[in-house]
Ligand binder design. Structure first.
Ligand SMILES: *Cc1c(COP(=O)(O)O)cnc(C)c1O
Length: 359
């Protein structure tokens, strides 16, 4: 019997994926040249699909790296001379900050404890901030930033770049890309694809900043620098041989999402999330880890196990072929993390809820 995955990444695969993989092999996609017209058409269609799905403005590129982790690094390296400002409320936003430290920038931060969101009226964006680093959805703890807060902060950051991690909330997050300059995700989470592709949405403001740093002699070399990405994007090519199969599949899944309709996707995501949070409100031994409803993630629902012992619950679910995520880091044994992505269809969410109710 096959497992049903509710893990937040790698996650359940998108329902149409095996059909698309089969077709890709029939079309011999893994053997085509990345300098061929066939590849350029795949890239172009993928870009146009993502442009529609995310409602991207014209001056915005979509380029491919190997992971979101790589994009953290390329982004800071390409767009920050000295100062980035980070909002930290979990393990992933912290790693984003640590990347800036490793690159010997002078990052500053606001931090709140795990499971809490930010009161943005307390956040000051100084004039010297070149990049504001936000994480829409903290996959580690299930805290989400309200989209209106992201937009408000972006408006206060007119001179700097606003960067947003949407790894575990794309395409659910309804981001206004006229306000947010750059965002990124890796495909093994909410897109339900095999890991190994980082998708980077980036506008001209970022590329211009990077070109200035290059002119100053602060950036040299490296094939995945932003100006290089942009140059290749303009002809729908990539600086090096990319994962052509992954880009092909991303395009197919994006087209499927467009057919479902982004509005429908958002409505369904919210309905399923409500069922999960309702379960946690009335449960004997589980409760929502994030208390403030405005900050509860719709795509990664994190349950606190009241007796701090998730192992036996995970084991029982596994016996029913249901694989739920354990807690992240220090919360490994204290939490359950339940993905509520598109591939976690309502029938499966219902089955999981049923199991957790009767257990
Ligand atoms: C998983 C995750 C990342 C890192 O993604 P990789 O594909 O492993 O590089 C970054 N940010 C968030 C919010 C994540 O959930």
């Amino acid at each position: 019997m096959q497992n049903i995955y509710f893990t937040p990444g790698p996650a359940a695969i998108f329902p149409t994926l095996s059909k698309h993989i089969q077709e890709a092999f029939e079309l011999q996609i893994p053997s085509i040249s990345h300098r061929s017209e066939t590849f350029r058409k795949i890239y172009q269609e993928c870009y146009q699909g993502l442009k529609q799905l995310f409602n991207l403005p014209d001056n915005t590129a979509v380029v491919f790296a190997s992971s979101a982790t790589e994009i953290w690094e390329r982004l800071i390296w390409s767009c920050v001379e000295n100062h980035s400002l980070h909002l930290i409320n979990g393990a992933f936003s912290k790693k984003f900050y640590e990347t800036a430290q490793q690159l010997q920038k002078k990052p500053s931060f606001y931090e709140v404890e795990a499971g809490k969101g930010f009161d943005i009226s307390t956040i000051q964006i100084e004039k010297n901030i070149e990049l504001l680093a936000l994480t829409h959805n903290e996959t580690s703890t299930g805290v989400s930033m309200p989209v209106e807060d992201i937009h408000r902060l972006a408006e206060q950051n007119e001179q700097g770049i606003t960067a947003l991690d949407i790894v575990s909330s794309a395409p659910y997050a309804a981001i206004d890309f006229r306000k947010v300059d750059t965002a990124f995700f890796s495909v093994q989470k909410s897109f339900g694809l095999p890991a190994g592709l980082g998708v980077w949405i980036v506008n001209e403001k970022c590329v211009k900043k990077s070109a200035i740093l290059e002119k100053k002699g602060l950036l040299t070399g490296t094939y995945h620098r932003l100006t290089q990405f942009w140059k290749y994007f303009e002809k729908f090519e990539t600086p090096s041989t990319p994962n052509v199969l992954a880009i092909y599949l991303l395009n197919k899944v994006t087209q499927d999402m467009l057919k479902m309709g982004i509005e429908n996707i958002r409505i369904q995501t919210e309905q399923k999330a409500k069922k999960l949070y309702d379960l946690l409100e009335n449960h004997d031994y589980l409760e929502a880890f994030v208390k403030n409803k405005a900050h509860q993630s719709k795509t990664v629902v994190v349950a606190n196990v009241k007796n701090g012992e998730s192992t036996s619950i995970l084991k029982k679910l596994k016996e029913k072929n249901m694989v739920v995520g354990s807690g992240y880091g220090e919360f490994k044994n204290a939490h359950l993390r339940i993905a509520n992505f598109i591939a976690n269809e309502e029938v499966y969410i219902d089955a999981l809820i049923n199991e957790l109710k009767n257990n």
